[in-house]
Design a protein around this ligand. Sequence first.
Ligand code: SF4
Length: 323
Amino acid sequence: MSSHTLRRPAELVDAGLAPSEHLAALERVAERYAVAVTPAMAALIDVADPHDPIARQFVPDPAELDVQPDEAADPIGDDAHSPVDGIVHRYPDRVLLKPVHVCAVYCRFCFRREMIGPGKPNALSKDSLAAALAYIGAHREIWEVILSGGDPLVLSPRRLAAVMKRLGAIEHVRIVRVHTRVPAVDPGRITPALVRALKGSGKTTYVVLHANHARELTCAARAACARIIDAGMPMLAQSVLLKGVNDDADTLGALMRAFVECRIKPYYLHHLDRAPGTAHFRTTMARGQELMRALRTRYSGLCQPAYVMDGPDGEGKVPVGLG
Ligand code: SF4
């Protein structure tokens, strides 16, 4: 097992995670989109299975070079709602704050793939972060701040604590929500120091885990989530409906059960956004609704996420429902 994060196509080929005949195409993919497979995720991949659902999420594919006419660099319209760098203010009572533009892993279907990775700044500059926090401070209607990115839990405990402390000083902010993949893909980062930093705003803090297959919830990942929850921060889950990863009722049901067993409430199941080069992950909405009906019939009410989609106009999430 690799002891470091794999970032270059040649390393993926050497590790047996990608076929050597794909190397040239994967180099072209990596010029455009960031690549990272953590040791924890590399260890989970069954190299004998060409359809392994973990590999499919993180190992680049030549199909990413095929961009469809209906795919867009900003598929959910973030830019139209960004009053200052690092802030997306789409709904009156909450904002997204994006302090970093890097992630522990790079998901091949990411809706922000054009905003993170090669050639992009790693994080908001000190001045931009100050301006983003000043924006939140000046808008008294902002009740909730959602840290997203990039993945905010790649920040060091010291830097995360500094952001949290400054949010803690804004009286009208009552809720801090952190969207992350780190507890599953790099569970060793969830140290006691990072957990203390996460709590550092003194506000009610929720942590939303992004995971798409039950196998991502390894023993180490479950222990990392338990450290967060035992420290008093409730956890929710969001997943993306992905062809070849979780688009059947048994797989989706197992994922939802795994969340609930970890004390994590399934929150959203996202219909895939139209980011460039992601057509090979797309399912139809009718299939998604069929799967939601199967979840409803076969699994506990605790296992039911809301199936939602984001439109390209930036107007936010729309429930897709059961059809
Ligand atoms: S962790 Fe989130 S922001 Fe980062 S690549 Fe995956 S989906 Fe995109």
